[in-house]
Design a protein around this ligand. Structure first.
Ligand SMILES: [Zn+2]
Ligand SMILES: [Zn+2]
Length: 171
């Protein structure tokens, strides 16, 4: 859905959209597994596009410890300003503004809602999500998932936590 500044000059745009999985490209690291719904309103403030709303979906990404697909519910509010790209010409001012505020830029005649949705979802998903708080992860020696398999590998000797124990056993 394109938010056109010419339309925004006349009136604000209220949106209520649903995107099926696959409609928005989230890259290879994660995928959308439920419908993504986004509701909100866009309006023009001077030459900035002010975008406010909520979005929700469920993403799936590999557990940081065991690599099993892990569901990550996303439910968030956003309140964003987008300045026209020409503002970048005043580089110093732009730097100060981006540091202070959550501000983005739009090019040409407006903003693609899908781009904002992608960006917001990527920001809200934790970089290291884990399938559960007590996930045992992969065995560093044989690589099996220790949540499912008791592989029986001995802890590696270079693991310093076990070094005192190893000494004790030798004595
Ligand atoms: Zn895990
Ligand atoms: Zn093992």
């Amino acid at each position: 859905m394109f938010l056109d500044i010419h339309e925004l000059q006349r009136q604000k745009i209220v949106f209520d959209k649903s995107f099926l999985p696959g409609r928005i490209d989230f890259g290879e690291e994660m995928r959308q597994v439920e419908i993504l719904s986004v509701q909100g309103v866009a309006e023009l403030v001077a030459s900035d596009i002010h975008l406010q709303g909520t979005l929700r979906t469920i993403m799936e990404l590999p557990c940081a410890r065991c690599l099993e697909p892990t569901r990550c519910p996303v439910e968030m509010e956003f309140d964003l300003f987008y300045s026209p790209m020409v503002t970048i010409a005043r580089a110093e001012e732009a730097e100060i503004r981006t540091a202070d505020l959550e501000i983005g830029f739009y090019q040409g005649d407006g903003l693609q809602l899908e781009d904002t949705v992608r960006e917001q979802v990527l920001l809200s998903v934790p970089i290291k999500s884990i399938c559960r708080s007590d996930c045992a992860g992969l065995c560093p020696q044989c690589g099996q998932n220790r949540n499912f398999v008791q592989c029986g590998c001995h802890p590696q000797s270079e693991d310093s936590r076990w070094a005192p124990l190893a000494k004790l056993q030798i004595k």
